[in-house]
Design a protein around this ligand. Structure first.
Ligand code: EPZ
Length: 424
């Protein structure tokens, strides 16, 4: 079992390069199920979730040649329609194969994703939308059995809740459906926008890209002539590394980022007193005399992202006052609070609201445990400000979404050691 060991009082220096977005690459890889040809993908993040999706697509029959940050993949060779539990249980985003498989083949079996640390995360909206497109769906032995013998039919679908992967699944399904679909209350995250742009470049008629209403003219099960693309920068990785500068109140930069995807986050840094300087794809954070407390409510894009909530909670422990965070998207996304309080933070949770009393420089290094991907990065942030050494267990969470973590921190002049417990 591996763990991280982080010495205290380390300040960043210089700049770190941001990788491609995991949450853009995952639906884009799933969309190759709809492709009739091989394509090249650039700026791929080198994280375990991508390898898991490729393992799944390979099991379905896709052929690919993967390098660290780029690859070629041909989905036209796919000849299986079963996404098995052993893969799906390791990555919920496997559900993104459901829409494309059903649209292309008229049937598929996809394991239900289990719950996860941050909440039950049902897929009921994905399934009801596919039923509105003519699919017959039953749940048997933990699997979603879906059939649409004559293919999916275009439909007008109103999403009861804004769901990122739910929108992505139905956008892909609509692309190969018979007839036109109108999708209302669709997620507008940059990752959803890039999926629409790649499908549009492949010849799908999609109107309203970037808005909450999409009109998609399906090809009637004709496979797509997909074009090469480069994955957009990871806005959550970008925000996380800017939090390194914020929590240590030290000037640093990130490069290869897209600041237009981070407006709500950059504004919150400003509210806390930090200076933000943008020059092309480089964003620099500047220190502030006093880190001001912050009020955050997580909402769907373009609001403040839930995936940045834990990281800002860490920064808030260094602010001069009481910060308040309201987590509106997931019912259990405060697993990191207990760990932060073990480090000496003073955080109280009441329902969806967390109150963080200021505790500048009063965090104590200790043994803590990562509970989910973004909570893990919040623990690293706090470890940088602790007054003694911190060790972080269960770091497989981190490797799912943060590429080459130790090297990137080393690029910022911060040493994070990855160690392994002795067998005995
Ligand atoms: C995506 O998850 C991201 N994952 C998550 O990032 C992110 O936290 C989340 O969107 C919210 O932004 C990927 O893109 C791979 P949702 P997703 O469906 O699509 C409820 C990370 O750290 N809901 O937008 O699963 C759901 O329970 C991960 O990279 C239903 O009730 O999230 C939640 O309360 C963590 N029924 C809300 O909607 C459904 O059928 C938003 O979930 C679907 C969702």
């Amino acid at each position: 079992m591996q763990y991280l060991e982080i010495e205290p009082d380390q300040k960043p220096k210089g700049a770190v390069r941001i990788s491609g977005a995991k949450n853009a690459a995952l639906p884009l890889l799933a969309s190759t199920i709809l492709s009739k040809n091989s394509i090249d993908i650039k700026n791929l993040p080198d994280v375990t979730d991508i390898n898991t999706m490729l393992k799944l697509l390979g099991m379905l029959g896709a052929k690919y040649d993967k390098h660290t940050h780029h690859m070629s993949i041909d989905g036209s060779t796919i000849d299986s329609t079963k996404a098995t539990y052993d893969i799906v249980k390791t990555m919920r985003a496997s559900i993104l194969t459901l829409g494309p498989l059903l649209a292309r083949f008229g049937h598929c079996e996809v394991s239900l994703p289990g719950g996860c640390a941050i909440g039950s995360r049902p897929v009921d909206i994905h399934l009801s939308a596919l039923e509105q497109m003519g699919a017959e769906i039953t749940i048997q032995d933990g699997y979603i059995l879906a059939t649409a013998t004559d293919g999916l039919k275009g439909a007008t679908i109103i999403f009861d809740k804004i769901t990122v992967t739910g929108s992505e699944n139905i956008i892909m399904a609509s692309s190969l459906a018979y007839g036109t679909s109108t999708l209302i209350n669709v997620a507008k995250e940059p990752e959803v926008v890039q999926l629409c742009e790649v499908l549009s470049d492949a010849g799908v008629d999609i109107q309203g890209i970037g808005t909450d209403t999409l009109t998609i003219v399906g090809t009637g099960q004709t496979l797509l002539d997909m074009k090469d693309f480069a994955v957009i920068p990871d806005r959550i990785e970008a925000g996380t590394y800017l939090c390194v500068g914020a929590i240590t109140n030290t000037r640093m930069s990130i490069t290869h980022a897209n600041s237009t995807h981070l407006e709500a986050v950059l504004r919150k840094f400003g509210e806390m007193g930090f200076g933000i300087e943008i020059e092309d794809d480089t964003i620099t954070i500047h220190p502030t005399k006093l880190i001001l407390p912050v009020h955050i409510t997580t909402t769907e894009y373009p609001g403040f992202p839930t995936d940045m909530q834990a990281q800002f909670m860490a920064v808030a422990t260094q602010s001069d006052g009481t910060s308040v965070i309201d987590e509106r998207l997931f019912e259990n996304r405060y697993m990191h609070v207990a760990e932060l309080n073990r480090m000496g933070a003073n955080i109280k949770v009441n329902g969806s609201v967390a109150t963080i009393e200021n505790a500048p420089h009063s965090l104590t290094g200790t043994k803590v445990m990562a509970t989910d991907l973004r909570a893990s990065s919040c623990l690293i942030l706090c470890a940088l400000m602790a007054n003694s050494t911190t060790t972080i267990d269960r770091i497989y969470h981190l490797d799912r979404g943060y590429e080459n973590l130790e090297q990137k921190f080393r690029d910022l002049n911060i040493e994070i050691k990855r160690k392994r417990y002795d067998k005995n």
